[in-house]
Design a protein around this ligand. Structure first.
Ligand code: CU
Length: 172
């Protein structure tokens, strides 16, 4: 006879729980969608021809080279890299100043506009790898994790080539 006697009480006992549970599952779903979105977005950065020169014993620095393509529609900024076999990795640029090659860090990172291709190569842009735990040996592969400003990361496999790099450099 009085089914609606206390509708507010009944609903307040039940709704907050089911509502928050719904919200929680929606948030979890959204998090999954966002995570999947970030994953596919990172595939828009393409890495080709990643390599480094072999290094002599006793030298704890090396330089990583590669070609980066931004196949996506958003600007990406490479801010640096990490490796579990080195203390730090910085983005550097070599340039000739008064007849001498000088290296300069690029703390602002390296910006890749949509559609851009940037080549990191000897005598120019490179990843300066510092505090290596041992020499780079020809024929091995070393993994670097590239870091982008939006939080994305990409793995690059450096192909370790002959110390003089001649096998891979064409004169030009
Ligand atoms: Cu350098």
């Amino acid at each position: 006879m009085t089914p609606f006697r206390n509708p507010a009480g009944a609903s307040s006992a039940r709704d907050p729980y089911s509502h928050s549970s719904y919200r929680r599952s929606m948030l979890a779903f959204l998090a999954l969608v966002l995570a999947a979105g970030a994953g596919s977005a990172s595939a828009e950065i393409r890495i080709d021809n990643a390599w480094a020169r072999a290094t002599p014993p006793g030298i704890d620095r090396g330089a990583g080279y590669m070609t980066l393509h931004n196949d996506g529609e958003q600007t990406r900024t490479l801010t640096g890299a990490t490796a579990d076999w080195a203390q730090s990795v910085e983005i550097h640029e070599s340039r000739e100043v008064d007849g001498q090659m000088r290296m300069q860090a690029l703390p602002e990172g390296l910006t890749l506009e949509p559609g851009a291709t940037i080549e990191l190569a000897p005598m120019g842009l490179h990843l300066m790898i510092m505090g290596m735990d041992g020499p780079l040996t020809q024929g091995e592969e070393r993994s670097l994790t590239l870091e982008f400003r939006n939080g994305e990361t990409r793995k690059a496999q450096l192909d370790i080539r002959a110390p003089d790099g001649t096998a891979d450099q064409h004169s030009h």
